[in-house]
Design a protein around this ligand. Structure first.
Ligand SMILES: C[S@@+](CC[C@H](N)C(=O)[O-])C[C@H]1O[C@@H](n2cnc3c(N)ncnc32)[C@H](O)[C@@H]1O
Length: 256
């Protein structure tokens, strides 16, 4: 796919998509997130109009995890979803946060260091460093749109979750409602400005472009089903600007 709006500076991912996923190599995406790891959290809160903690809480609730449970948070970034999952599975539960960017993982480790059962590791969402059926649930928040192969991303989530466990994906959506289109216009206008003020203009141009090229909620649901998940549903939040998808790993793995 060519870029109709002009290319990104070299070394910065374009935000374009192929038929399978993000067009950028994961090494480029990883370096970009290394570069913004120090400013990621405050900017994220600002560009989500302070909605991000609520979206996160909804994603964690959808896992239906219980105390003593085990979860994996993929593309964990600075580890906030992983920490919320960890709180939910106490006492006795365990959470693994995985991210391809060493810079983001260092921020997560510094922030949440010392919580027993909460571990962070550098790793690729397309080849998760975990055995089959090791977790009761898997989450990915604002990470799927960065992967070069969405289908492989969901297949890996399915692989590491036990039969009957849940796979949850929170992502910025392509809105259709009028409110969502207004919010999107705000997002498209304000995000690059905030990124530039923080000295990270090209990274936040990438954010806007990658959202524009992400599939519709229906298409994502189809990709999840193709990856073998069942009972796939989705909900729009904040006027449809973000979407929460959830699917279940079939109890009879052979049937999927
Ligand atoms: C927008 S951030 C989201 C971080 C966090 N989940 C949150 O909700 O704030 C996207 C994250 O995806 C990570 N990422 C991108 N490609 C990845 C891959 N192939 N495997 C694992 N993580 C990846 C990036 O390093 C980055 O930390």
């Amino acid at each position: 796919m060519t870029n109709p709006r002009g290319g990104a500076p070299s070394g910065v991912p374009s935000g374009l998509a192929t038929e399978r996923g993000n067009a950028a190599p994961s090494s480029e995406v990883s370096s970009m997130f290394d570069g913004i790891s120090g400013v990621y959290d405050p900017i994220n809160l600002l560009i989500s109009a302070f909605q991000e903690p609520r979206w996160r809480r909804c994603a964690v609730a959808l896992t239906r995890l219980r105390p003593g449970g085990r979860a994996i948070d993929i593309a964990t970034g600075t580890g906030k979803v992983a920490a919320d999952l960890h709180r939910r599975v106490q006492p006795g539960g365990e959470v693994l946060g995985v991210d391809i960017s060493p810079g983001m993982i260092s921020v997560a480790e510094r922030r949440f260091n010392g919580r027993p059962g909460l571990t962070f590791v550098v790793g690729d969402a397309l080849a998760l460093p975990a055995p089959d059926a090791a977790f009761d649930a898997a989450t990915i928040a604002f990470g799927m749109r960065n992967l070069p192969d969405y289908g492989q991303g969901f297949a890996e989530m399915r692989r590491v979750v036990r039969p009957g466990g849940r796979v949850v994906c929170l992502e910025i959506a392509r809105p259709r409602s009028r409110l969502a289109r207004i919010l999107r216009a705000w997002f498209g206008g304000i995000v690059p400005v905030i990124g530039r003020l923080a000295g990270q203009g090209s990274a936040y141009d990438y954010l806007v472009r990658s959202v524009r090229n992400y599939p519709t909620p229906e298409a994502i649901a189809g990709i999840m089903r193709d990856a073998g998940l069942v009972g796939v549903t989705w909900t729009g939040m904040s006027g449809g600007i973000v979407t929460l998808h959830v699917g279940t790993v079939p109890s009879d793995q052979g049937a999927a």
